[in-house]
Design a protein. Sequence first.
Length: 143
Amino acid sequence: MAVVRFEPIRELERFIERVGDFFEEAGKGITLEIGGFVPRTNIWEDENAYYVEMELPGVKKEDLEISLREDGVLIVRGKKAVPQDERQYLRAERKFGDFQRSFAFPEPIDASGIAAELKDGVLTITLPKVKKEEPKAIKVEIQ
C-alpha cells in the first residue's frame, strides 16, 4: 500500500482553482473572493450597456483603479483604509484593506465609452456594448 501525503492547504487551493475554472468556463463572469474586504456588487444590463454598481463606503476615488483588459474583463482594484486613531473597539465588524474584483461579460464592450461615478459610497460603472452592425444589402448589377 502506497503512502500518500495529505496536504490540506494545497487541496483547498486546488479546489478553489477548480471552482474558479468552472465559473469561468460557464461564462457567467462570477468570481470567487476570499477574505478581507470584498465590496458587494450588482451587475445589470439593458440593450445598450452593462452597469456595475459596487458598494464602497469610506473608499476615496483616488484609492480606486478601474481597467478593462483586452479580453473584455473589467477589473476594479482599490483600498478601504483602516481608521488611523486610538480607538478601543467593543465590537468591530467592518472590514478594511485592499480589494480586487474582476468581471467578464457575454458581449464585447466599447472601451472608448466606459464611464464611472462614485457617489454616496456607490461606484457605478457604465460599460457600453459594441453596437452590432445591421446586415447590409448589396445591390448587384448585371452587365
